[in-house]
Ligand binder design. Structure first.
Ligand code: NAD
Ligand code: GLY
Length: 369
């Protein structure tokens, strides 16, 4: 796979008819945001900038400079950092701040931050005045390779993660890789699990690139990071364009997540970051593929080695097996009785299986012990 220099600009396209948009990836991403804001395509009203307490001091001023240069007024709403903010009452607070500042139907929401900020700001945009446009400026790997693209927005409920939400596509995504320079190393590693996932489900070359460039990526070499971010956006855009509402193909993006969600639940959402649980989930899914005869032991080992190279967990010796299986069963009830596993069938290829006997799921999980 060809590498590219850090000054290169890439613009993957999300083809969704009248709701199509560009994903601008390059060092001039914020200037491109400025050009969009000054253009006829942008809403004419107040800008509502939603960010979090870690990101605001780092990048809010740079965004506000572009907003002001485009001649727009702006209200800034800063959330406490972290998953805890992704809840319904915070949506009310965001909408309240917009209303107090005088935002109306001509407003534009700008989400600046990680997946938490993008998900909640996008959801606020979907309901404020019955829906106003929004744009994403993602600042974590998770957000740059996954959550900012595709239009899934929402918040958590105490009874379930991401259970309240809406499909609301952004008007544009503006990605400056340099913003990753301040991201904590553990967040970077966890985000790379979603990139490894893209390789396994859709792109053997991307997977090979990750194997060869793990050290450079972990050192936050922007040239090395560009390939996985650009390719992930291309893969996600293609999947979402084919199946926006997750009737089939989009479920491929949930690879590693059936086991991963159960692992997050069984560990009380405290021990693992989401991407770390997904890495464990992919290892279990790889073993499931082996048990089903869809891939061989070398495949499962190769995937495990790649996750390990990115400092991701590949075993959980203290895993409470029964609790993890119970969490998966609960997930099954929540999804109308069918537990769907996305299983590898070769590098870059997955299949959907809803017929996995419980003893096989147990055996796959046991390989993590
Ligand atoms: P996050 O938004 O909580 O960010 C992680 C941490 O990094 C936070 O403390 C944040 O303040 C900090 N941070 C963000 N950017 C930074 C930067 N550049 N420098 C320094 N610190 C920075 O978490 P996340 O991992 O980005 O996203 C996880 C969320 O995304 C979850 O809620 C998940 O459900 C959601 N998600 C949504 C989709 C989707 O399709 N909508 C896809 C994947 C994940
Ligand atoms: N992150 C999974 C999806 O967007 O469908």
């Amino acid at each position: 796979m060809a590498e590219c220099v850090s000054t290169t600009v890439h613009v993957p396209f999300m083809p969704l008819g009248a709701r199509s948009y560009d994903i601008h990836i390059g060092p001039d991403a914020l200037d491109r945001l400025g050009a969009y804001l000054a253009s006829d395509h942008a809403p004419k009203g107040l800008v509502g900038l939603v960010t979090d307490a870690h990101v605001a001091p780092l990048y809010a001023d740079a965004v506000l400079d572009r907003v002001r240069a485009a001649g727009k007024a702006c209200v800034v709403h800063t959330l406490p950092a972290g998953e805890e903010s992704k809840r319904l009452d915070r949506v009310g607070e965001i909408c309240g701040a917009f209303l107090e500042a005088g935002m109306d139907r001509a407003g534009l929401v700008v989400a600046l931050g990680g997946g938490v900020t993008g998900d909640i700001a996008g959801f606020a945009a979907s309901v404020f005045m019955r829906g106003v446009p929004f744009v994403q400026i993602p600042t974590t790997i998770v957000a740059q390779v996954d959550s900012s693209v595709g239009g899934k927005t929402g918040v958590n409920h105490p009874l379930g993660k991401n259970t309240i939400g809406a499909f609301h596509q952004p008007d544009g995504v503006f990605i400056d890789l340099a913003m990753l320079s301040t991201l904590p190393d553990r967040e970077l590693r966890a985000g790379m699990a979603e990139v490894i996932k893209h390789g396994v489900i859709a792109d053997a070359d991307l997977f090979a690139y990750l194997e060869e460039n793990a050290a450079r990526i972990l050192a936050k070499d922007l040239d090395a990071l560009r390939v996985p971010v650009v390719r992930s956006c291309e893969i996600k855009a293609a999947v979402v364009a084919a199946d926006e509402r997750e009737q089939g193909l989009r479920a491929n993006l949930n690879y590693g997540h059936t086991f991963g969600h159960a692992i997050e639940t069984a560990s009380g959402y405290a021990r693992f970051l989401h991407g770390e649980a997904v890495a464990l989930g992919m290892c279990a899914a790889g073993e499931l593929g082996r048990l089903l005869g869809l891939v061989d032991a070398a495949f499962a080992e190769r995937q495990r080695a790649c996750c390990a190279a990115f400092g991701l967990p590949v075993r959980w010796p203290e895993m409470p097996l029964e609790e993890t299986l119970a969490a998966m069963k609960h997930d099954k009830k929540a999804r109308a009785g069918t537990l769907k596993f996305i299983v590898p069938a070769g590098m870059g290829m997955v299949v959907h299986r809803t017929d996995i006997p419980p003893e096989l799921a147990r055996a796959a999980l046991e390989t993590l012990l």
